[in-house]
Write a protein of this length. Structure first.
Length: 308
């Protein structure tokens, strides 16, 4: 008797809209359906049901038209280590139908925009990790797509190279109006790059919004007040409690409270504390992190899941 088989539904009724010129980050624990979603949207995997319009065309009915209009940068890259960097990008453009002249001009412009001047005649294998990743992006953009999909664009890069690549991605959006959909396991990257985050778990969108909106929605900002006189703790608590998201206070050397929007709440809290005769020696603010968001929404940290 053969082993029983089990059907895995990696994506289950996922509903996703991406506007022109947006940078949208797809986040979720491993196995949440991010890679499957990306493969379907880039026509590498045919969906079993549902529809998706990418760059104006149906991914099932007109996959070739979709491919003409999108760029895709895989996590492991696609450059030939032995090929010359500039030739590799230009040849990729030729595969999309660009003339030799246009492919060279487009490659030169991209290499300059991505701080890769002078690498044309260098083998891809001789480039640094950050340079190779920027070369991957140049290959994904050489045919002039309006939409590019980036799968873990900075995986394996050092912090300086990652931050440098973030700036390049933002510049491409700001200068060329490029729309970007990316997956990442770096929460600081998602926070720094994305206009909007879409959190996927068990094949469904479980939450979405700007990084700041998502963080505020979880538990609010934490404001901690250091009191000039600890005897004022009870009066301070009575004032601050009315601003609390959940009515709870934390005591220590001062009083701490979670509020929906610290910038808006702080002036009013200080005004009321002053009116109550409470002297404040210092104030600290801590915003929720994206890991707090993940823990609240999915019940686990993004880093808790085992690797692929």
């Amino acid at each position: 008797m053969g082993k029983a088989t089990r059907t895995l539904q990696a994506v289950d009724g996922l509903d996703l809209d991406v506007g022109a010129g947006e940078i949208v980050g797809l986040l979720g624990p491993n196995g949440a359906g991010k890679t499957t979603t990306l493969r379907m949207l880039t026509t590498l995997l045919r969906p079993t049901s549902g529809t998706a319009i990418v760059a104006g065309h149906d991914i099932a009915r007109a996959p070739v038209e979709v491919r003409k209009r999108i760029g895709y940068v895989a996590q492991r890259g696609a450059t030939n280590p032995g090929a010359m960097a500039g030739t590799e990008v230009a040849d990729h453009g030729r595969l999309y139908g660009l003339s030799r002249t246009d492919a060279r001009a487009r490659t030169e412009a991209l290499l300059s925009a991505l701080d890769l001047d002078g690498v044309w005649a260098r083998p891809c294998a001789a480039l640094s990790g950050g340079q190779r990743r920027r070369l991957d992006i140049a290959m994904g953009l050489v045919h002039g797509p309006s939409l590019v999909f980036l799968d873990e664009p900075t995986a394996g890069l050092d912090p300086q190279s990652r931050a440098n690549l973030w700036n390049h991605i933002k510049e491409l959006r700001d200068r060329d109006g490029l729309t970007v959909v990316l997956t990442t396991h770096y929460l600081d990257e998602a926070d720094a790059l994305s206009d909007r985050l879409v959190i996927i778990d068990h094949g469904k969108v479980v939450s979405q919004g700007s990084p700041d909106d998502l963080k505020r929605s979880v538990s609010g900002d934490l404001l901690s007040f250091l009191l000039g006189d600890t005897a004022d703790a009870e009066r301070a608590g009575a004032v601050i409690r009315s601003f609390a998201v959940d009515g709870e206070l934390a005591a220590g050397e001062g009083v701490s409270v979670r509020v929906r929007n610290a910038e808006e709440a702080l002036p009013a809290i200080l005004h009321d504390l002053d009116g109550a005769g409470v002297r404040i020696a210092g104030v600290q603010m801590r915003r929720p992190t994206l890991d707090d968001v993940f823990l609240t929404i999915t019940g686990r940290s993004l880093r808790d899941a085992p690797g692929n």
